[in-house]
Design a protein around this ligand. Structure first.
Ligand SMILES: Nc1ncnc2c1ncn2[C@@H]1O[C@H](COP(=O)(O)OP(=O)(O)O)[C@@H](O)[C@H]1O
Ligand SMILES: [Mg+2]
Length: 278
């Protein structure tokens, strides 16, 4: 695999990580996809736009000196001459490196971010990076809608655990459709697929009106070790099924694989879930 950096792009690809419930794996998947894309030699910037409770720097064990709040403050004074690249925090693991635009440190700063500055920051990053990955909070906020508009691909993550989570996933999917987003732009990704549940995946897919584009297995041990060490699974020395599934997701996004869309298999025949929502 080439580690040679490509020439400066004119319009980087934006991938957002969105969900309608928290703790479904947005940050874990975003950090791993950033690492894998960087490992493949792409210029990558990972922006933490879960403004109030962002976790990217915790996952990567980074201590940012500057954040999105500093970008906004500088843009308010300097306008578009603000160099967003001066506000990024580098992540490095061996030969693999990428940049992080950290979430504001203080809650008050997070609250005062205006989506207009966030959009301008991403537009600037698009002139310097092949891929801009945006980790988001689980809500339909003005900021998130602006990011969904900018996205080349929306990674809509879900887990199948309890009825309220699935109900909210349906609201999310229906809302994205109602807002007119191109179906091909939204990739429904199921995380923690083999976690213990009595809910049938085929029922969930029927309810959502979409098959899962990709499925990530449950691996609590690997996920917590990665968090403890600050090393994304795709860069870890030990091979894991979860790490492989994350690499496969990146390969599909970058078209290195021609595998047909992986749909979740029905685990059982019951359809009590669809009856509840029908
Ligand atoms: N596939 C997985 N298997 C096991 N644990 C996971 C998996 N994906 C995420 N986790 C764990 O679930 C928790 C929530 O993940 P996180 O990425 O922080 O969610 P979000 O950003 O959507 O709130 C974390 O402790 C993470 O390590
Ligand atoms: Mg998160």
């Amino acid at each position: 695999m080439s580690t040679e950096k490509r020439p400066t792009p004119v319009n980087g690809i934006v991938i957002t990580f969105f969900s309608t419930a928290s703790a479904v794996g947005k940050t874990l998947v975003a950090c791993n996809m950033a690492s894998e894309l960087a490992r493949e030699g792409y210029r990558v910037c990972l922006a933490d736009f879960d403004l109030q409770f962002g976790d990217v720097c915790n996952y990567l064990h980074l201590e940012p000196l500057r954040t999105l709040a500093d970008v906004q403050r500088t843009m308010q004074v300097e306008g578009d001459s603000c160099r967003v690249q001066d506000f990024l925090t580098p992540y490095q693991n061996g030969d693999v490196s990428f940049s992080v635009l950290a979430a504001p440190k203080a809650l008050e700063e997070a609250y005062n971010i205006h989506h207009d500055y966030a959009v301008r920051a991403i537009r600037k990053l698009q002139t310097q990076y092949d891929y801009i990955l945006i980790d988001m909070a689980s809500m339909f906020s003005t900021l998130n809608l602006a990011m969904l508009d900018l996205s080349t691909i929306v990674t809509f993550l879900g887990i199948v655990d309890f009825i309220p989570t699935i109900k909210n996933m349906k609201i999310g999917m229906d809302t994205l459709k109602m807002l007119g987003y191109d179906k091909n732009k939204i990739r429904l990704v199921l995380n923690r697929s083999d976690a213990k549940t009595r809910i049938s995946l085929s029922d969930v897919q029927k309810l959502l009106g979409e098959p899962f584009y990709h499925v990530l297995p449950n691996d609590f041990r690997a996920a917590s070790q990665s968090l403890r060490e600050g090393i994304p699974l795709v860069l870890a020395k030990d091979h894991t099924d979860l790490g492989d599934a994350l690499k496969a997701l990146v390969a599909r996004y970058t078209n290195h694989t021609t595998a047909p869309a992986e749909t979740a298999k029905a685990q059982e025949e019951s359809s009590w879930l669809s009856r509840i929502f029908s």
